[in-house]
Design a protein around this ligand. Structure first.
Ligand SMILES: *Cc1c(COP(=O)(O)O)cnc(C)c1O
Ligand SMILES: [Zn+2]
Length: 434
């Protein structure tokens, strides 16, 4: 089995990957690196497992285990996850999905719907590896600081793995709809009298002091699991890479993971070119975009504000990892306004696919990059839809009602009030419109 090593992203110091460690002595985050090459018949192995119903083969994460840290099968906690659909939505699609490509201005466009994971976001791909690592390392509990998809995913995997789970969050900003999964899945939810930074500090110190395993996005095992978004995407495309892979950017863990995956697939000989990576941030939470615009000469921090709560992050944890990905793949970083995000979301939703606001940044970003002639309308483009439409019902309803402050919905679909007497007339009018 291959050995897994932690290597500092900045100073390159190495540590044993079988010990619990989250940061380098210099304070920076750690990369996972492998000391062995993947086997020659890797492609055949991946294909063969597609016909198996067994976990781990059946998992869209563990199917690719030659490219993951070695974890003994008895420690693996898998639902299974992954196996998410890749929808052709380009302008040249023969059905209703073409509306998305027409909106974005691309003929050959795909969306990979990570919202179809068991808890409704791509976080499950990282958590199956992270919680399995916790089991392997013999942790007595797992923890994270999060109000969103991370806590939902961790709580669910911890329940399956029979391992206690602590979720820390600031008591001032708790919205029950964001937390309902973590509460429902049975985690201990701890509301702290402080802000998010306080929660991060507390969770790290609790973990170190009590042998609790930390599963925030600094954890290198989570990045390893999230690589399988790109691995599965390329498998679905018969290892024929698109010109671009487009992702939303928050803490930039996903950007790091997808970049690492395409590099490793290239090194393993599974793909012959490396796709360019485009990261899209919300204009109200755009520190990475600002750094990119200034040639990465400095790291920016902002006070984040956007309707796309999953990427409302002012100081991304994986900045250094993601910077390297943009440089290595000739990538780009762009930003889109909340207006652009919600209009793009309504287009994705109306095609019958649907996604959460953060995910729609990808379609809004492609539209912008096409207008700037950075992405060509003839390029082959794959967008990652990171979360499910059911994650943020309030924003969707209010967009269509026209009650979101500062947003003028271009594609609202208002509920039509009718009386029992006007049914016939209304239906006739609507049928004429179609
Ligand atoms: C976590 C998350 C993101 C942001 O991913 P990062 O790895 O933090 O950049 C985007 N969309 C959704 C739905 C998420 O849950
Ligand atoms: Zn270091």
């Amino acid at each position: 089995m291959h050995r897994f090593i932690f290597r500092c992203v900045v100073c390159t110091k190495e540590y044993d990957g079988s010990l619990i460690r989250y940061r380098c002595d210099c304070g920076e985050v750690l990369d996972g690196v492998y000391n062995a090459k993947p086997p020659k018949d890797i492609q055949q192995r991946f294909d063969r497992r597609l016909t198996s119903w067994k976990i781990p083969d059946r998992s869209g994460v563990w199917r690719y285990r030659e490219l993951l840290p070695a974890i003994p099968e008895h420690a693996i906690v898998s639902k299974p996850e992954g196996n998410t659909n890749l929808y052709p939505v380009g302008r040249s699609a023969a059905d209703g999905y073409a509306t998305i490509g027409t909106y974005a201005g691309v003929d050959d466009l795909f969306v990979k719907h990570e919202g179809e994971n068991p808890t409704g976001s791509f976080k499950d791909r990282g958590m199956t590896v992270g919680v399995s690592a916790a089991k392997m390392l013999g942790a007595r509990a797992v923890a994270c600081a999060s109000t969103g998809n991370t806590s939902a995913s961790l709580a669910s995997y911890a329940a399956k793995g029979r391992i206690p789970c602590f979720i820390f969050l600031p008591n001032a900003h708790i919205s029950p709809s964001k937390l309902m999964q973590a509460v429902g899945y049975g985690a201990s939810v701890l509301a702290v009298d402080g802000d998010f930074d306080d929660c991060m500090r507390i969770v790290e110190s609790v973990c170190v002091k009590h042998g609790v395993y930390l599963l925030n996005s600094i954890n290198p095992f989570r990045i390893e699991g999230q690589k399988t978004i790109a691995i599965e995407l390329l498998h679905q495309l018969s290892w024929n890479p698109p010109d671009w892979i487009v992702l939303p950017g928050g803490n930039l863990g996903n950007t790091s993971a997808v970049g690492k995956a395409v590099n490793e697939l290239y090194a393993a000989g599974l793909i012959s070119t490396i796709p360019r990576i485009a990261v899209v941030q919300a204009a109200g939470a755009n520190p990475f975009f600002q750094s990119f615009q200034h040639g990465f000469n400095k790291r920016y921090r902002v006070k984040a504000d956007t309707c796309a709560t999953a990427i409302r992050i002012g100081n991304p944890v994986s900045y250094e990892r993601a910077k390297r990905v943009i440089e290595e793949t000739s990538g780009v970083v762009t930003e889109v306004s909340d207006q652009e995000i919600l209009d793009a979301k309504s287009v994705v939703d109306a095609a019958g696919i649907g996604c959460e606001p953060a995910s729609a940044t990808t379609i809004a970003g492609v539209k912008k990059l096409v207008a700037q002639d950075i992405i060509r309308s003839g390029d082959r483009v794959a967008c990652i839809l990171t979360g499910h439409i059911l994650k943020d019902p309030d924003t969707t309803v209010r967009y269509h009602e026209g009650t979101l402050e500062g947003i003028h919905g271009r594609f609202t679909n208002k509920v039509i009030q009718i009386t029992q007497k006007t049914v016939e007339k209304t239906i006739e009018t609507l049928l004429k419109l179609t």
